[in-house]
Design a protein around this ligand. Sequence first.
Ligand code: NDP
Length: 407
Amino acid sequence: MAYDVLRYYVGPPVMIASTTVLVQWLTLWGCDFTQEWSIYGNEYSWKVVGALLLWAYLSLIIPGKEYLGPTTPFGYTPRYKANGLQFFVVSLSAFCYLLYQRPFTALEITYNFTHILASCNVLAFILCIYLLLKGKMYPGSSEVVQSKPFIYEFYRGMEIHPRILGVDVKQLTNCRFGLLAWELLVVNFFVASWILNGFSWAHFVSAALQTIYLCKFYWWETGYFSTLDITLDRAGYYICWGCLVWVPSFYTYSSYYLVTHPSLVNNNAAWLIFVLGFLSILMNYRIDWEKQHFQNYKGKCRIWAKQARYIEATIKTATGTRKSKLLISGFWGCARHLNYVFEILAAIAWCLPGYGYGIWPMLYAYFLTVLLVHRVFRDEEKCSDKYGVYWTKYCQVVPYRLIPYIF
Ligand code: NDP
């Protein structure tokens, strides 16, 4: 009973209030910027947010290859646009060209950052309210939505794969708005710092690592459609507000911080950081790739030069049962979530150029560690429900969660 009260009535409002206030606080006062702020943003910020949203939306409605995501237990197969890498390359090139041609400047965007976040916030709240009403009144698929307290429904979302104006909402908010905003802001803050403080290799390394990471994301975007964000999380405050506001603010925070606090890290250390970060990104990609490759070939493939080994499972669906496989070769035979470890190491690497300024520039790395450790348990709960005894068997064969022989 007490757990239910906490989960349904206390947790959601506390999370909503604290995250909304935190992003504005950090960017307003957290790094000595004295910026003006209004709860709605300003004309400039609405132009920026409107342009980004329109661009993101256009990328999903132009004709092109489609990708079918994993079918839900209720038999719904979501459709996505498979043009992630092209979208990333064109967007980044256009942004760099515009920064060079100066119809707007990196400093303008930096000085209006809190307004931009305020506009993102308004947009995200409107969207989440709409998603709640849509999920309650006319859900788009046969996905069963159990009635829960209103604030919980708003926070966790109602539908798994809602579509608006012909596009998948989570592909729009997560892939095309949130992650693109992350990339463009990181480049923007690097240029702003260059203008204000001179060129810094350490800041360059931080921006370069995040660019490589995000390029890798867009290269692998179709793989993202099989992850927890898409298959487990319903479209609501947690995931949609998260991608529209939290990602552009919190994920870019160490880069933003370096604009007013020039990096103290010397060039040799910067290149060491680059090597650490680059290898971590490669490893994270390789581990995700092994699972995707294994799933694409339905187990008939080679991993680490040997025939892939797996546990064959029978899982229940809404219409009966079906076969599935759990990989136990390669990195998926070393630990159940080794990909998260390299994700955290990569994040530490691109925050490290802020070394010497206390916890602030490292906030993203700390947050990500908490998020991913929590996610390990969320994923295991999901897999245990889905695979039952086969998951227990997998955990016996691969006993470590994150780091072999440690945890
Ligand atoms: P995983 O890629 O670890 O996927 C977990 C899912 O994969 C499980 O739910 C299960 O789903 C399937 N699975 C698990 N073990 C096996 C196995 N042995 N064989 C076959 N299938 C298996 O997790 P995420 O979706 O959380 O993460 C994807 C990527 O995104 C990672 O690189 C992660 O680091 C990154 N990420 C980044 C975040 C950020 O904020 N920067 C946040 C979260 C993730 P099923 O059986 O249904 O297929």
